[in-house]
Design a protein around this ligand. Structure first.
Ligand SMILES: [Zn+2]
Length: 166
């Protein structure tokens, strides 16, 4: 196809989530073709949590470079991890590397504060494009839910907004 897709997905390299991610994007946003920025941690790779701020700065620069180069109009930033009642085994390996002391609740809170921080300074990594942030949450039974982590998302439901199940 000659035309570039106008969407960029930033997600963790973790291949366990690929099919669920594709299904979510197709169902919720009718996105079936998209540019990819897949790195360990997904959205977390752009956040300054942890001991590696230089990596986060480089990732933000790479992401912005791609947004500008490909004239991306919409960036979908994904995190992943256990739901509040999920298992620690479902945690993002990159977050566990960055925060080895953290329990499940602390890992989740860290991703949520990273999301807030990334929204605030989105021009640094997404230029002028629109930004959506979700966390793919895995519950104890292994079911996935994509939860909106944008604190300003107002679609009439309590936050975090549960947008879909599979
Ligand atoms: Zn991960």
């Amino acid at each position: 196809m000659p035309a570039r897709p106008s969407a960029l997905v930033v997600a963790c390299s973790d291949g366990r989530l690929q099919e669920a991610t594709d299904a979510f994007l197709a169902r919720e946003f009718k996105i079936t073709r998209y540019d990819r920025f897949y790195v360990p941690g997904g959205g977390g790779a752009l956040a300054s949590t942890g001991t590696d701020p230089v990596r986060a700065q480089q990732m933000c620069a790479e992401c912005k470079y791609l947004v500008d180069l490909h004239a991306v109009r919409r960036v979908i930033l994904l995190f992943h991890g256990p739901s509040a009642d999920g298992r620690i085994e479902a945690a993002c390996a990159d977050y566990r590397r960055k925060l080895p002391w953290a329990n499940l609740a602390e890992l989740r809170a860290s991703q949520e504060s990273d999301a807030v921080d990334l929204i605030k300074r989105r021009r640094e990594w997404a230029s002028e494009s629109g930004v959506l942030l979700f966390r793919c949450e895995v519950n104890a039974a292994g079911n996935l839910t994509f939860v909106n982590l944008d604190p300003d998302a107002t679609l009439g439901t309590d936050r975090p907004m549960r947008v879909t199940r599979s």
